[in-house]
Write a protein that binds this ligand. Structure first.
Ligand SMILES: Cc1ncc(C[n+]2csc(CCOP(=O)(O)OP(=O)(O)O)c2C)c(N)n1
Ligand SMILES: [Mg+2]
Length: 328
């Protein structure tokens, strides 16, 4: 077991475009989620929605080392993961707004984003239910002898669910090419981790299943990318699964009905000082000018704004279309 936060890998060693691409993707996700908040308050989003502001470095860091043929499953807090995996923003907005041009033709909504063309094989509203799906995807790769890796993102709370333990056990026994990523955002709904979980470092749970457990600063995209790369290479080489615990923070309430008043005073501010986008921008200033960073930010905002315009122009599904591809 590897416990101890991995040293931050420097993005200075990679091509300069890497840092810019990571920043652009993290900004797109942040701006997407901020827009979702607006749309929700205008009553344009049906049901609730679970946002991931503050957690962008985890999904972006991990997905930056994946190919479209590698699969990814995630939670109802999954907009960021699906966007990071490569789904088009307009179709994501379309899904949220229930439009025919949405990722799932508007029938899944916020908690069910999926785009098989980029390997985003499902967001799941049932806590932990997607881990066995990732084990199935990894088993398929192993059976077919291809080199695809299956990744799953899930919360700290999900590590107390039976499916988590079954999935890790089987993946390890069969040495499947899977990577399990805990987005430890410190809370499961309104409960702080320490009130539901008897240990404070979830990566230790890997020990019980004979796989490496790695703790990483989930607000440091370079560090996340570095541990993800090792885990993905290990999986591709047939050496089996890895459990990654990415320590991060959910900057907003659990869902839109949650003002998050249970958080101790000062906690949010401390995490905002370590906002993942801020940290990346700060580290980029050794090679990039503020003007260049502003341009990346403006381009991301333009991408998000125009994607939303496209989605708002999409028609709603026809009555005929609505009954297709659904179970009754
Ligand atoms: C099996 C199951 N139990 C309970 C719930 C209700 N529920 C929805 S989200 C959530 C908290 C999960 O917390 P965590 O895994 O840390 O993910 P986060 O929401 O923090 O990303 C709970 C208990 C559910 N959706 N599924
Ligand atoms: Mg959580």
């Amino acid at each position: 077991m590897t416990i101890g936060v991995e040293a931050s890998a420097s993005l200075d060693q990679g091509p300069p475009d890497d840092a810019a691409a990571l920043l652009a993707m993290m900004l797109r996700i942040r701006m997407f989620e901020d827009k979702v908040m607006d749309l929700f308050s205008q009553n344009l989003v049906r049901g609730s929605t679970h946002l991931c502001q503050g957690q962008e470095a985890v999904t972006v860091g991990v997905c930056s080392v994946l190919r479209h043929v590698d699969t990814m499953t995630c939670t109802y807090r999954g907009h960021g993961a699906v966007i990071a995996k490569g789904a088009p923003l307009a179709a994501c907005f379309g899904e949220l707004l229930g439009r025919a041009g949405g990722l799932c033709r508007g029938k899944g909504g916020s908690m069910h984003f999926a785009d098989f063309s980029v390997g985003a094989i499902g967001s799941n509203a049932i806590v932990g239910a997607h881990l066995p799906i990732t084990v199935g995807a990894a088993l398929a790769s192993s059976y077919l002898g291809d080199d695809r890796v299956a990744v799953s993102f899930f919360g700290d709370g999900a590590t107390n669910i039976g499916a988590f333990h079954e999935a890790l056990n089987l993946a390890s026994v069969w040495k499947l090419p899977a990577v399990f990523v805990i987005e430890n955002n410190q809370y499961g709904e309104y409960s702080p981790l320490r009130s539901t979980t008897p240990i404070d470092r979830l990566a230790r749970r890997a020990d019980a299943y004979g796989m490496p457990g790695v703790l990483v600063d989930g607000n440091d995209v370079a560090a996340v990318r570095s541990v993800a790369r090792s885990a993905v290479e290990r999986a591709r080489a047939g050496q089996g699964p890895t459990l990654i615990e990415a320590d991060t923070y959910r900057q907003v309430g659990h869902s839109r009905s949650d003002p998050a008043t249970y958080r101790p005073a000062g906690e949010l501010d401390r995490w905002l000082e370590r906002d993942p986008i801020l940290l990346l921008e700060r580290s980029m200033l050794t090679r990039w000018s503020t003007e260049e960073l502003d341009t990346i930010r403006q381009t991301a905002q333009r991408d998000v704004d125009s994607a939303l315009e496209m989605a708002l122009a999409m028609p709603e599904p026809t009555l005929d279309e609505m009954a297709k591809d659904v179970w009754a």
